[in-house]
Design a protein around this ligand. Structure first.
Ligand code: PNS
Length: 178
């Protein structure tokens, strides 16, 4: 009864630059825990992303189209404000290894201190993806390595194409310097 009146809304925030099989695994698993799962794509990232927020949202919508209770939205500013705006009180994050722990703990505690009504839960990453990160994918793709084992099939050509443009721009810049 209570479940019907108060749907459990979870939020899975990240940069997703680009989305990987590791992200998708967390989204699929958390969508089975929550009634509604909102994937929040950070716009105001200090790092210069490979893809714009709109492109990342589009990619995530495409790879999650088979999960009916998942919604993908871009957000700006503080995560806790976005969580309040969408009515979520639980943030989901994936934990790959001990190396993630310190950063994740700091973020979860900061968010909880700013907004005590919001908690973070961690899903341990599937062992198949324990090593995987978007930055590794970007690096492998930049040097023309195979990325089909890291990202969904429809994402592969998008990353390859963007990295090709980057390499060309990099080559032009070096030519001008010589
Ligand atoms: O995929 P990422 O880059 O590890 O995700 C980090 C993210 C988006 C969850 C985090 O940077 C974030 O929540 N940024 C929004 C700004 C914010 O709320 N900062 C305070 C918490 S430390």
């Amino acid at each position: 009864m209570e479940r019907e009146e108060h749907p459990k809304i979870g939020i899975y925030p990240g940069s997703f630059d680009p989305v990987t099989f590791g992200h998708l695994d967390i989204i699929e698993r958390s969508s089975q825990i929550f009634d509604r799962m909102i994937v929040g794509v950070l716009c105001n990232n200090a790092k210069k992303p490979l893809f714009s927020a709109d492109e990342r949202v589009k990619m995530l919508r495409s790879v999650t189209s088979h999960i009916p209770n998942v919604e993908v939205r871009a957000f700006d500013g503080l995560l806790v404000d976005f969580a309040k705006q969408v009515g979520a009180r639980v943030v989901v994050r994936g934990l790959r290894a001990v190396t993630d722990f310190e950063y994740e703990l700091q973020m979860a505690q900061t968010n909880h201190t700013m907004c005590p009504g919001i908690d973070t839960i961690f899903l341990t990453t599937d062992l198949r993806y324990a090593y995987l990160s978007s930055s590794t994918v970007r690096e492998v793709a930049f040097y023309e390595g195979k990325i089909s084992q890291f990202v969904p099939p429809e994402i592969v050509p998008l990353v390859q194409e963007r990295c090709r443009s980057l390499r060309e721009a990099d080559g032009d810049r070096k030519d001008r310097q010589e």
